[in-house]
Ligand binder design. Structure first.
Ligand code: B12
Ligand code: SF4
Ligand code: SF4
Length: 393
């Protein structure tokens, strides 16, 4: 997941001020009665649903405690190479600094799990490629930002005037604590936001606005109880405890964010997961309540939900660029893609055909990928010890 830094010139589309004939300005609080704001807030929930968001909450967040937790996490170097997470601490603490004049956040969630080939069957077929459910289809960032902007436009039209700006994983915004305070869900022990009716298979997004709409109640109660299924199943033991992920061990980080070599001791544990990982969500009992996405954009493309490692490894760079157009998979780059698949092939237990494919690719790869290919060939030659099948209750 990205969180690239926002341009510093971010401006509200229109300030929430109403001009008087004398040239004097009315503040939003003066211009809108509390009844009008309450009625608008109600409408916002309906319009968010019409824009395709399964839930929304209006919040005026207090992120003091969360910023402290983030700092403690950074101090432990759990962010690895994701140095952007250490930047813009002031904006993370106070997201209103991102958009001068803003005073509320509309936090939204959108379900993404597509009707797709069984995740479990793929994970238990070492010759197949596992790609995280969130990225089997088109990239969500642009699409969700567009919908959020449409929502903002609709509210602004109804209000007469309102400034707004949409964010989806695109700025130093602490999306999870904001969502929790907006009433979208609670923080699971796997650190993702969980909802009683929808599990955790959803994206988060935010609309910063300058209308002081009444806020929604936060989710105060945790519903994980004594369960530790996500912590126990993690293939690389990436959790240093409940609510704390050491990202440098997480397969999602290793396959998407990490540039360069994947630490050798973690490679055998990655199995066939070549882009992202879902194990901590697949095992979560709350995901029984998750619903399939209504968005065709998130449905699998190029049969990425049921494809062999060798087929993907044989894509040349042109094919990679063509088939990943509009997909978050592009983020890893072609060499990163080959690196990830080489590791999975090394874990596949495959025979001569796989070794031949690895050898054939070798001359077309960077030094870094060649090292992973050699690791894989060496592992296959010695006889891979396959991981035990994953059991989900
Ligand atoms: C960096 C990042 C990653 C990193 C680090 C993940 C991590 N856990 O920090 C990596 C690359 C590993 C990653 C992986 C994934 N990510 Co990501 N990621 C982000 C990003 C850009 C920033 C998260 C961040 O700030 N991390 C730093 C830590 C310290 O912050 P935090 O996890 O939010 O922790 C807070 C809480 O846990 C809380 N907290 C800590 N202790 C306690 C204790 C209690 C009792 C409570 C209540 C709270 C609490 O305080 C912390 C500080 O505020 C966000 C988008 C964003 N801008 O927020 C997406 C985001 C979190 N990712 C998302 C997704 C979907 C994923 C993956 C599922 C993708 C995949 N399938 O591979 C995995 C899941 C791995 C996991 N178990 O977290 C979604 C999550 C949606 C949801 N339902 O929650 C987000 C919100 C993107 C989006 N717009 O939808 N991701
Ligand atoms: S996404 Fe996978 S590797 Fe990362 S914490 Fe969850 S189970 Fe562990
Ligand atoms: S698997 Fe269990 S502990 Fe982990 S998030 Fe789900 S309910 Fe909470």
């Amino acid at each position: 997941m990205t969180d690239s830094v926002l341009s510093t010139s971010a401006q509200l589309t229109k300030p929430a001020r109403q001009e008087l004939s004398s040239g004097q300005e009315l503040s939003a609080e003066q211009a809108f009665s509390s009844e009008k704001l309450a009625a608008l807030a109600k409408q916002v929930h309906l319009w968010a649903a019409e824009a395709g968001f399964q839930e929304c909450g209006i919040v005026n967040p207090d992120l003091e405690e969360d910023t402290e937790r983030l700092q403690a996490w950074l101090d432990k170097q759990h962010h690895g190479e994701m140095s952007y997470l250490a930047a813009n601490a002031d904006k993370r603490r106070d997201p209103y600094l991102l958009v001068p004049g803003s005073c509320r956040i509309i936090s939204v969630r959108m379900d993404y799990t597509p009707p797709a080939f069984s995740a479990l069957k793929v994970l238990n077929s070492p010759e197949k490629a596992y790609i995280a459910r969130y990225t089997l289809g088109r990239d969500y960032h642009k699409m969700m930002r567009k919908r959020l902007t449409q929502l903002g436009k609709r509210i602004a039209e109804a209000a007469g005037t309102m400034g707004y700006r949409a964010f989806v994983d695109s700025a130093p915004v602490m999306e999870r604590p904001i969502a929790q305070q907006a009433g979208i869900g609670w923080t699971g022990k796997h650190t993702l936001i969980l909802n009683r009716h929808a599990g955790s298979w959803f994206f988060l997004g935010e609309l910063l606005i300058d209308l002081p709409l009444p806020t929604d109640p936060p989710i105060e109660k945790q519903h994980c109880g004594s369960c530790t299924a996500c912590l126990d199943i993690c293939p690389t033991k990436a959790f240093s405890g409940p609510y704390e992920l050491n990202a440098t061990r997480c397969i999602s980080y290793l396959t998407i964010e990490k540039k360069g070599a994947i630490p050798e001791e973690l490679r055998p544990l990655m199995g066939n997961r070549i882009f992202g990982c879902d194990d901590c969500q697949l095992v979560c009992p709350w995901n029984r309540f998750a619903k399939h996405t209504a968005e065709a954009d998130f449905h699998p493309r190029h049969q990425l939900d049921d494809v062999s490692l060798i087929d993907l490894f044989n894509w040349d760079e042109t094919t990679f660029l063509k088939r990943t157009e509009g997909s978050a998979i592009r983020r890893t780059g072609y060499q990163g893609w080959l690196r990830n698949i080489a590791v999975a092939l090394g874990n596949s237990g495959g025979g001569n055909e796989i070794i031949a494919a690895l050898e054939a690719k070798r001359p077309h790869c960077s030094e870094m990928v060649i090292e992973h290919i050699d690791w894989a060939i060496n592992r296959l030659t010695k006889g891979t010890t396959l991981l035990s099948p994953i059991q989900l209750k």
